[in-house]
Design a protein around this ligand. Structure first.
Ligand code: AMP
Length: 128
């Protein structure tokens, strides 16, 4: 069940600060506090959706369009044009990375690899 005390709900309500990239009526994007790469931004719908499946199933057409508009404008604002990764974690026991904030978000990752990014990749490869 969705918990409205999660950190992204607080960012959406303006209760805690974030470094915003873009926002519209239905969604917003802001920098991840613990970036994996040079550019690491989270795109979140304003509506209360726990994960990507919940959003895909229940969000209205306007909410979904607003979310993708936010994605496109965020990529443009970051100068991201064809060289990037996007992912969404779902659930506490997801195979690659666990979801830690239970408000649906896409990770948009671009730019130069950083030591954090390289160490994460090494950890994943070593665990195989
Ligand atoms: P996930 O593990 O997919 O749920 O990703 C949650 C992401 O939220 C992590 O990459 C965190 O670094 C990031 N995060 C947590 N708190 C904040 C915050 N206050 N502002 C921005 N990003 C955050």
């Amino acid at each position: 069940m969705y918990d409205s005390n999660n950190v992204f709900a607080k960012i959406i309500r303006g209760e805690i600060p974030s470094k915003k990239v873009y926002e519209n009526e239905y969604a917003l994007s802001f920098y991840d506090v613990n970036p994996m790469c040079e550019k690491h931004v989270l795109i979140v719908p304003r509506g209360e959706y726990e994960n990507i499946l919940d959003f895909a199933k229940r969000a209205s057409a306007d909410e979904q369009a607003g979310f993708w508009d936010c994605f496109v404008k965020t990529a443009a604002a970051l100068g991201v044009d064809g060289e990037f990764n996007v992912f969404a974690n779902a659930g506490l026991s997801a195979p690659l990375f666990n979801q830690s904030v239970f408000h649906f978000h896409l990770h948009l990752i671009a730019g130069e690899k950083t030591p954090t990014c390289i160490n994460l990749m090494k950890e994943m490869l070593c665990e195989k």
